[in-house]
Design a protein around this ligand. Sequence first.
Ligand SMILES: Nc1ncnc2c1ncn2[C@@H]1O[C@H](COP(=O)(O)OP(=O)(O)O)[C@@H](O)[C@H]1O
Ligand SMILES: [Mg+2]
Length: 274
Amino acid sequence: MRAGTSMGGARPKATVEDADALWLAKFPHRDDKWNNTRVEHAMLLLARKCGLSCVDSRMTTVGEKDVLLVKRFDRHKIDAGYLRSRMVSALTLLNADDGPDTRQKWSYLLLADELRRTASGTQAKELPELFRRMCFNSLVSNTDDHPRNHAVVAKDQAWSLSPAYDLTPNPMIAVERRDLAMTVGAFGRYANRANLLSQSGRFLLSLQEAASIVDGMTEIVSDSWHATCRQAGVSERDCELIRSAFVYEGFAYDLGNPDIHTVDAEELPSARRR
Ligand SMILES: Nc1ncnc2c1ncn2[C@@H]1O[C@H](COP(=O)(O)OP(=O)(O)O)[C@@H](O)[C@H]1O
Ligand SMILES: [Mg+2]
């Protein structure tokens, strides 16, 4: 319960140890509107169903409160203690910072380009994985997908994309347009199918391959978000509170041919209105 070295991030947390690993414990916060720790656990399970590679997670209870444990992917137990992997956040990879000045560098497309340089030899796997993450974030309205919530790690020589972590649904009022924190495609940050597909080549995917990934994931999220949340112990009340985060209406809006409309997101008129 005593404060140790901070891992950063917005929520209260601590590093704890069990028999064979270090785990990051994520605690509830008194301002939480729903059981965030269970919901985050559910999102990791749902993301796994969608084919993403995610941190291992499990729930535990401390002082009658639900606490999420995520296994540290940057530490590996050896006889002499823990081996420390190198880890760099996407913020560093993108040569950006938190302020507004470098905001244009917050981009999945630029991150894909950086991965092509750093993840040598494994890009054929890493880039489609990054594509899946941005699709997942769009499908669950995880608008907190800023560059500190992506990282690359190197246990030995080779760098690779870290497992996915910090996935949180954000039930918003807007039904026509929701923006992720990072650029997704030709239509900027718009969490929208056509936008996700507009730059599939940057992720080493053909349009057909990308479309089949997006559509497959859409079906899984629509069909199983609720059951997955319940399986993770999220209450029915909390499911109702977060329901609108999943596959929101504007996700499926037809934006026309993205090759023609390569404009900046901020300049876009609102998407097709009903
Ligand atoms: N499983 C993990 N192993 C190693 N580092 C992690 C892990 N999960 C998160 N981190 C690091 O800790 C930071 C904070 O964790 P995060 O889950 O993003 O918390 P918050 O919800 O407070 O933003 C992340 O930005 C990342 O650098
Ligand atoms: Mg975070």
